[in-house]
Design a protein. Structure first.
Length: 106
C-alpha cells in the first residue's frame, strides 16, 4: 500500500470516528485500532500537534465566561453535555452525573 493510499484509508477512518459520537478510546476498542495510532493519524491529517498529555479520565477545562446566575454557581461541560451547578447543590448527585459522563469524548 502506498503512502497516499494509507493516508486515504485513514481519512476514511477519521470520518467514521468523527461521525460515531464515541470517545477515542471506545471507537478504537470497537474497531480494533490502537489509540496511539488514531492520535498519530489525527495529527498527521488534521494538521494538529499531538494533544498534550492529560491525566487519564480527565478532560481539559476552559473558562469561557462568568456565570450568568450572578456568580452563585458554575457551568461544567463534559463532552457534549452541559451541567449547571448552583449553590446548595447535591454533591452525591453531581458525582453520579459526572461519573455517568466519564467516558465522554473531550
Amino acid at each position: 500500500m502506498s503512502r497516499e493510499e494509507l493516508r486515504e484509508e485513514w481519512r476514511g477512518r477519521l470520518e467514521l470516528f468523527a461521525s460515531s459520537g464515541l470517545s477515542q478510546r471506545q471507537w478504537c476498542a470497537d474497531n480494533g485500532v490502537p489509540l496511539h495510532r488514531l492520535t498519530y493519524w489525527r495529527g498527521q491529517l488534521l494538521g494538529k500537534a499531538t494533544p498534550p498529555k492529560q491525566i487519564p479520565g480527565w478532560c481539559p477545562v476552559n473558562i469561557l465566561s462568568s456565570p450568568s446566575n450572578g456568580g452563585s454557581g458554575i457551568t461544567i461541560r463534559v463532552g457534549a453535555a452541559t451541567i449547571e451547578v448552583v449553590s446548595g447543590f447535591d454533591g452525591g448527585l453531581l458525582r453520579a452525573v459526572v461519573g455517568a459522563l466519564g467516558d465522554a469524548p473531550c
